[in-house]
Design a protein around this ligand. Structure first.
Ligand code: PEP
Ligand code: MG
Length: 537
């Protein structure tokens, strides 16, 4: 038995075969596909994303090294449009083969063709074919959920994982997720919690390929990975797993109970979701509402933004599933690790400090207007509210409110029935917390995004695993900013929620209640745990 270590992200114990998910050529397996249209759509997505990546690379290289150096990326873009190459791939897919393998085969065919040419220039194009094919394969492999084909659920080991990959994972196939890189505070980690998926990051596994197919135990409480465990270890871990399941079952008894502290204070406990499918988890957990709908996930894994109608249907579906209950839609927060290539034009050096959240909306107002119209249209179907991410000034809020007003007026003129929608602000930058007294006069409510508030207050990249020791959630500066925000909100007569991961930390529940926080919004799986902590406070 060998034991490796990792960092715990989300608790749980998984026992099963390990599946090493490796992006790259070596792993390209031929697989029969039935959904040919779906496979062609995946190819189309990969081609357009590759094109966008190459365009950005071209522009960046022109700026940094000049036109001559950048030319190669234009050549790659042209090759990506080559009808013969693309048709060869599409033909194979149409015959019922997976897109990765089709690209891999076309690459082999074209490399041989170019390599055999007499013309030196044409000969060299063989390398370019390899290059663009690898780019396509990498992009296709990004949807790792679609690539995992196992006969039984597995412990998935990957180098790293992006938010959009987590979204595409088939939860039923995965017992636990382990990554060799990654950070505890990333959006990928938040999404894993949302999926109730035990997870560890930073696993110190030197030779992952050797573990492929072996029986492992992922102890995501302690951050331990046991490879080919001895019988006694399997028995002990199974016992602990059972105990954990029992505890979870016991929590279910709190369903239907009120969130009232010992001294009679009532706290709202809401759920955070990323799409309309997760509402069922929130309902199952007896959440009082949705305190954070991370709408940006609707924009991922596609080639263009969701239309007004698509968004409207999604918001309406959430509202109808939660009749009378408050649903807070956070307007799109793309940027940083939530990459949406078709909307982000430039590769930034510091994306967390770059064009993120409302900043992207100011650059592309159509994106926000479409979303605002969809939110107002959905207001007819339930108790919806909206909030804006990454605010740093009062002026920004005034502009955003004006845009919201315009959207509502447009719709009314067009004959839609819509209600007033409360407008909140996320307090997730130190600037917003420090200006909270003034911002409170402009907002209907505050929601404190502690994940970013910690990152920006402490100047610690939440994505950087090497900096995790500095990412101190209970740093006095952070707690002071939270307390100040709550006080300023109450002074102005508005409510304040915490929707960052800290809201689910039951060691802090009492402290937050004492500060006067009105609502805690947590992943659905944490709702009952927090209810218990409130009742015991
Ligand atoms: C936060 O920053 O705490 C938050 C809730 O937003 P996100 O994690 O989506 O950035
Ligand atoms: Mg945030």
């Amino acid at each position: 038995m060998i034991k490796y270590h990792g960092k715990q992200v989300y608790e749980g114990i998984a026992i099963g075969k390990l599946y090493w998910h490796h992006h790259g050529k070596k792993d390209i397996k031929k697989r029969a596909v039935i959904d040919i249209a779906g496979e062609l759509e995946r190819l189309e997505y990969a081609v357009s994303t590759a094109d966008e990546q190459l365009r950005c690379l071209y522009e960046k290289t022109v700026k940094e090294a000049g036109e001559e150096q950048a030319l190669i990326f234009e050549i790659h873009r042209m090759m990506l449009e080559d009808a013969d190459y693309l048709n060869a791939i599409k033909e194979m897919i149409t015959e019922g083969v997976n897109a990765e393998y089709a690209v891999f085969s076309a690459e082999k065919q074209f490399v041989t063709l170019f390599a055999a040419m007499d013309d030196v220039y044409m000969k060299e194009r063989a390398v370019d074919i390899q290059d663009i094919s690898q780019r396509l394969i990498d992009l296709l492999s990004d949807s790792c959920g679609q690539e995992i084909h196992t006969t039984e659920p597995v412990v998935l080991l990957a180098e790293d994982i992006t938010p959009s990959e987590i979204i595409s994972l088939n939860r039923e196939q995965i017992l636990a997720l382990i990554t060799r890189k990654g950070s505890v505070n990333s959006h990928a980690a938040i999404l894993a919690k949302g999926k109730n998926l035990p997870m560890m990051v930073n696993a110190q596994i030197p030779n992952p390929v050797e573990l492929d197919g072996k029986l492992v135990i992922a102890d995501c409480f302690e951050g331990e990975i046991y490879v080919e465990p001895e019988k006694a270890v399997v028995l002990e871990m199974s016992r602990r797993k059972e105990l954990w399941n029992k505890k979870q079952q016991e929590l279910l008894r709190l369903k239907g109970k009120n969130n009232i502290t010992k001294d009679g204070r009532s706290i709202k406990i809401y759920a955070n979701i990323g799409n309309e499918k997760e509402v069922s988890d929130a309902i199952f957990a007896d959440a009082g509402g949705i305190g954070l709908f991370r709408s940006e996930y609707l924009y991922m894994d596609r080639t263009q933004p969701p239309s007004e109608e698509e968004q409207f249907q999604s918001y309406k579906s959430v509202l109808e599933q939660m009749p009378g209950k408050r649903v807070v839609i956070r307007t799109v927060d793309i940027g940083a690790d939530k990459q949406v290539p078709y909307l982000l034009n430039e590769t930034e050096q510091n994306p967390a400090l770059g064009c993120r959240g409302i900043r992207l909306c100011f650059e592309k107002p159509d994106i926000l207007m479409t979303q605002l119209r969809a939110i107002y249209r959905s207001s007819f179907y339930g108790n919806v509210a909206m909030m804006f991410p990454m605010v740093i000034s009062v002026e920004e809020v005034k502009i955003l409110k004006k845009m919201a007003k315009d959207a509502k007026e447009q719709l009314t003129e067009e004959g839609f029935e819509c209600n007033d929608v409360p407008i909140g602000i996320m307090i997730e930058t130190p600037a917003a917390a420090l200006l909270s007294e003034r911002l409170a006069k402009e907002a209907d409510f505050f929601s404190i995004g502690t994940n970013d508030l910690i990152q920006y207050t402490l100047a610690i990249d939440r994505q950087n695993s090497h900096m995790e020791d500095y990412y101190n959630e209970v740093h006095p500066a952070v707690l002071q900013l939270i307390e100040m925000t709550v006080q300023n909100a109450h002074k102005a007569g508005i409510e304040v929620s915490i929707c960052g991961e800290l809201a689910g930390d039951i060691m802090l529940t009492k402290q937050f209640i004492d500060m006067g926080v009105n609502e805690l919004s947590v992943p659905p799986v944490a709702v009952l745990k927090v209810r218990k902590a409130v009742i015991e406070s």
